[in-house]
Design a protein around this ligand. Structure first.
Ligand SMILES: [Zn+2]
Length: 1097
């Protein structure tokens, strides 16, 4: 068994090794003490290879400072430290000194490709590489006009979620230019239906339907509890927090004060002050919150007032409008840069409780020393108030964003798999928490006290181990479950459905072959792609082939099943036209091994486009398709995933039939919420059946008009699946994006039939959950499927008093079936600090995570409350958070000063981005489907994704020397940061723009576009020509790099300054006032200041 100290093996998490055969080992009674305790700490806690470049092989490492047992000299036969007690299946309770280290065949230290995690493993993910079949496709799709290197001017339909605007594209080729205006203005939504079910949320978690019951997330308490009350005992009013250990270091370029200050004493307006004159962010304004002159002429219109901020009374008319210097207010770019500079070079070591990790925008390595990596869990605060009163006062939501199957960089080891054999994982008898580093062993090691519920449990004989003088088990560092934040247990049959080990999962491809799907070229493209893509199904570890079986269905108004049994010469089709009572017409030959049936599958995929080439059928069904896939999995007694490729509103007579109920007139009315609710409860019922079967549904949509994403995405959402949307899909313009997404989606590792449970120590508990899953009770998060991109956000509330000494613990346990059909438990543990001083709370917050939570809370809120109410709630909560800080933590100062906590100084700018997002404040060009699509996307986003989604990255390409190939530093997302002599890239995780200034040098234009002048650049271009010069290569490289960082392919859109498309681009300049009425950053900050002052007065 491979347990090498100097180079932690990095097994793909779907790989059965290294397995710690814990109870087979010799620990029972055989360890006289530290002198023979192996120094196996380094085995999995040792230096991460990424920053330990040249480890001396075979030399045992010193234990880390966090308290490893004394370095011993127990060495294996190779002169290496013996950590072999994890790998010895043949030694039962014998002395550990006899064990030997074994190596996996082919083992090589440091990132051996063989052992690299599947998910980041080039050999698995990248061999797919360039679209292997596009040339073939081109050849076959006669007349489809797939161009060479330069695509024709594409319609601006490359937005991540649909065609961007109703503007005609420059080329005039946008096929549905009247799309947005011409969607049938549907009937009023069926109110009875809409109210009959609580949206896509699990029933017991459903948000109340009455608008009035919409409450702020943090506590649900009164809007301003305790703001005028006395300070808490021991609370200091004496001065600003003096240290910011987590976010400000001595490297900070400016000597920032702990609180970010904007001063604005009432009285005669003062001229704006430059930030260079004062430390930190200070600026003068007249203390009123009326019109502020915008930072540039385009945005100089007055403060948007009530239309934007809803419930706010109109601002008192101010005296002379003051200009706020945008450079003097907190800059996201500066915060990101500072964190990169201060925290990017050192690994983040998780041994210290309550340590705030670096920002998601900082590249850093993680070293697991007992707490889960921030890649798995991020919290809104790492120091939580001891009492619920304090929490209510601060209004800071206590939440964790959990990504249980997160992919790790190659330098970091995937969680080790621990096998306790037939006895299964060791758990607390009372609360069922799993063994973890926080459990306290007592009575000489014969018992352990649960860190979550304090129950004293017996240690089973086979797990017994002596304690050292500090009370720690001498084998603590040999066992992942006693020393690491994250690890896995092999599950026993008790953890399996029907007490039976699961079969390997299956993938079923279900392809719409109605007229639209055929005409757009989708069916031909997809079938061609699948022929090669099926060779890259996820597999575990070194497995030669995937254990996943595949099946195929095509459909329009009826369903066609295919028998692709390997013994057949040709595939056989079976038609089921009774879609009202769906059954699976064949069992044998429907789900097959790809390799065995390769010839038959290839033949089928060749034939499908031909068979339906002349179809006139335009109507489709939808629910029966999912039903059929689910029934097929049920018949095969396995979990799995359905890949649905669907084009239209399912209006054919069948269960789940839908009508067009889109109605933009509902926007800004109390009925707007119905646009986000499914129009029938049928899909929730269906989803529940899917979850019970472990049937996850991924939906690829190719709509030419309204398809009711809100309803169609119910099943994917409740089964842990994904939704992709390619509006007005045309092969020539969109194949790159679709194929890229498809490849990634099919290849990604998935946990099936999963249940997640979050346990906490006494005093707090998980009370609310956000994400793509289903809940049948208040504690178990059920996920038919869960992939490495999906997060579950969990909110905690107090149910008792916490204390500073013990802190607060959480343990996330995910039970799932791996791609090979192995049942496993993945455990993540995290310990947080607790505080009696509000200042400690505010010093240890993470704004990016707060925004992730607040966005998800708001996006769920729109299902049940008017959007305006949701916006107002967010604003109020933000003001309360900041007012509480101002009142309790900041130094006394004039009321005209806005003082922001250092850790939260970006809260206003980021929150404003959420408020003006398409879901909460749609522009005229945003469709109902776009909003529903984005709403469900955000629900599963991790913190890095919400960060860039709400505040896009704007990268200048021509400011730095061409030779400099590192990613250029970003600039703030505002028009005034654009120079017309430069070129910029803007990305938000879904969209990618290349903006070209009108005065860009001719040489630059030539280098990048291969044309001689700005006017010759094609607006809306989606592919840059590949040219043999430095600039071209640099930009292409940067685009590739940005795409590689994101979970979905971002299609490029070239935007020229002053071009029509620029309106679309400006939508993403989020510091500016938006066309839909969203406030500029400066205006919003002023508004927030006013809100805070009202709360304080
Ligand atoms: Zn317990």
């Amino acid at each position: 068994m491979n347990v090498n100290q100097s180079a932690p093996p990095v097994p793909p998490f779907g790989q059965p090794q290294p397995v710690y055969l814990g109870h087979h080992q010799s620990s029972y009674g055989g360890q006289p003490g530290p002198t023979t305790a192996p120094t196996s700490y380094g085995t999995y806690n040792g230096p991460v290879p990424g920053y330990q470049q040249t480890p001396p092989p075979g030399v045992s490492r010193a234990p880390p400072s966090s308290g490893a047992p004394p370095a011993s000299t127990a060495q294996g036969p190779c002169g290496q430290t013996a950590y072999g007690q994890f790998g010895q299946g043949d030694v039962q309770n014998g002395p550990s000194s006899t064990v030997q280290m074994q190596r996996l065949p082919g083992y090589q230290p440091f990132g051996s490709a063989i052992l690299a995690p599947v998910v980041s493993q080039p050999a698995v993910l990248q061999p797919y590489g360039p679209p292997p079949t596009s040339a073939q496709v081109t050849a076959q799709l006669a007349g489809m006009q797939i161009s060479g290197t330069v695509a024709p001017a594409s319609p601006p339909s490359g937005l991540g979620y649909g065609p961007p605007t109703s503007l005609a594209s420059a080329s005039g080729s946008f096929p549905n230019s009247g799309l947005y205006g011409s969607y049938p203005q549907g009937q009023a939504p069926p109110l009875g239906q809409a109210q009959g079910h609580p949206g896509t949320q699990p029933p017991q978690r459903s948000v109340p339907l009455q608008a009035s019951s919409f409450t702020p997330p943090a506590s649900g308490g009164p809007r301003m509890p305790s703001m005028t009350g006395p300070p808490l005992p021991g609370q200091s009013f004496g001065g600003p927090p003096v240290s910011q250990p987590n976010h400000v270091s001595s490297l900070a370029p400016q000597a920032l004060p702990p609180g970010t200050q904007m001063t604005g004493p009432p009285g005669p307006p003062l001229p704006p002050m430059h930030s260079s004159q004062q430390p930190g962010y200070q600026l003068q304004q007249n203390g009123s919150f009326g019109p502020t002159r915008g930072p540039q002429s385009n945005y100089g219109s007055p403060y948007p007032g009530a239309a934007t901020f809803g419930s706010q009374p109109g601002p008192p008319q101010p005296l002379p409008p003051k200009r706020l210097d945008p450079d003097a207010i907190p800059s996201p770019i500066q915060v990101i840069e500072d964190d990169r500079n201060n925290r990017g070079s050192e690994p983040f070591v998780t041994g210290v409780r309550g340590q705030v990790p670096p920002l998601v925008t900082t590249n850093f390595l993680v070293k697991d020393q007992g707490n889960a990596s921030p890649r798995y869990i991020r919290c809104t605060s790492y120091n939580i108030p001891c009492t619920s009163d304090m929490a209510k006062q601060a209004q800071v939501p206590l939440a964790a964003v959990i990504k249980p199957l997160a992919r790790l960089p190659p330098e970091e080891a995937s969680p080790y798999v621990v096998d306790h054999g037939e006895s299964g994982p060791l758990r607390c008898n009372r609360c069922k928490a799993y063994m973890c580093p926080f459990m306290q062993f007592v009575e000489g090691g014969r018992r352990f006290q649960c860190c979550f519920c304090s129950c004293i449990n017996d240690v089973p004989p086979q797990y017994f181990q002596h304690l050292d003088h500090t009370g720690k088990r001498v084998d603590a560092y040999d066992r992942p479950e006693l020393s690491l934040g994250s690890y896995e247990f092999l599950a026993t049959v008790d953890y399996c459905k029907n007490n039976k080990f699961p079969s390997p999962p299956a993938f079923i491809f279900m392809i719409d072959v109605s007229y639209n799907a055929i005409r757009s070229g989708l069916v031909r493209l997809l079938c061609e792609e699948l022929k090669s893509l099926l060779d890259f199904l996820p597999r575990e570890g070194g497995a030669e082939e995937s254990a996943i079986r595949v099946g195929f269905v095509t459909y329009n108004k009826v369903l066609h099943f295919y028998n692709v049994k390997s013994s057949l010469a040709q595939p056989q089709m079976m038609v089921v036209s009774d879609v009202g009572d769906m059954f699976v017409p064949l069992l044998d030959g429907f789900l097959v091994n790809v390799n065995e049936s390769q010839a038959v599958i290839t033949s089928l995929l060749d034939q499908i486009p031909e068979m339906f080439a002349d179809t006139r059928e335009t109507e489709t069904v939808f629910a029966p398709v999912i039903q059929a896939g689910m029934e097929a999995l049920k018949a095969a007694e396995c979990a799995g995933k359905l890949f649905l490729f669907h084009t239209s509103l399912p209006i054919a007579e069948a269960p789940g039939k839908l009508k067009n109920r889109d109605d933009r007139k509902l926007i800004n009315t109390d009925k707007e919420k119905t646009l986000f609710q499914p129009q029938t409860g049928a899909y929730q019922t269906l989803a529940k059946e899917c979850v019970a079967q472990g049937c996850c549904v991924d939906l690829f949509l190719f709509p030419n008009q309204y398809v009711d994403v809100a309803t169609l995405s119910v099943v994917p959402q409740l089964t842990g699946g994904s939704v992709y949307k390619y509006a007005c899909f045309q092969v020539e313009n969109d194949q790159e994006r679709f194929l890229s997404d498809l490849r990634r989606d099919v290849q990604k590792v998935v946990g099936f039939d999963a249940v997640m449970r979050v346990r906490t120590s006494t005093g707090i508990r998980a009370v609310d959950f956000f994400g793509a899953f289903y809940m049948n009770n208040t504690t178990d998060v059920e996920l038919a499927g869960l992939d490495g991109d999906k997060t579950v956000t969990v909110e905690f509330k107090h149910d008792d008093r916490l204390n500073e000494e013990n802190g607060a613990l959480m343990q996330c346990a995910l039970l799932y079936t791996s791609c090979a059909g192995q049942r496993r438990l993945r455990i993540h543990n995290l310990a947080l600090n607790c505080c009696t001083q509000l200042a400690d709370l505010y010093r240890n917050c993470e704004t990016d995570t707060l925004i992730n939570y607040m966005a998800k809370f708001a996006y769920r809120g729109v299902l049940s409350s008017p959007v305006k109410t949701v916006r107002d709630t967010l604003i109020t909560q933000c003001a309360q958070i900041l007012a509480c800080y101002r009142k309790n933590c900041a130094s006394p100062s004039s009321a005209g000063q806005l003082i922001l906590p250092e850790c939260m100084k970006l809260l206003p700018v980021y929150l404003n981005c959420v408020l003006k997002s398409d879901v909460l404040q749609p522009g005229a060009e945003v469709t109902t489907d776009d909003r529903a699509y984005v709403r469900q996307l955000v629900t599963s986003m991790d913190v890095a994704e919400t960060n860039v989604f709400f505040y896009p990255r704007l990268l200048p390409l021509t400011k730095s020397p061409i030779e400099n190939t590192t990613e250029p530093p970003a600039v703030r997302a505002s028009e005034e940061r654009l120079s017309n002599g430069d070129i910029y890239l803007l990305e938000n995780g879904l969209n990618l723009f290349l903006w070209v200034g009108a005065s860009v040098q001719q040489g630059v234009v030539q280098s990048l576009f291969g044309v001689s002048s700005f006017s010759q650049i094609t607006s809306g271009l989606s592919v840059l020509p590949v040219l043999d010069n430095l600039l071209s290569k640099k930009v292409q490289g940067l685009i590739d790099s940005l795409r590689a960082q994101r979970s979905r392919y971002m299609k490029l859109i070239v935007v020229k300054q002053e071009d029509k498309l620029e309106t679309l681009f400006k939508h993403f300049l989020v510091e500016d006032k938006s066309l839909s009425g969203g406030a500029s950053y400066v205006d919003f900050l002023c508004h927030m200041h006013k809100e805070i002052r009202q709360l304080l007065s």
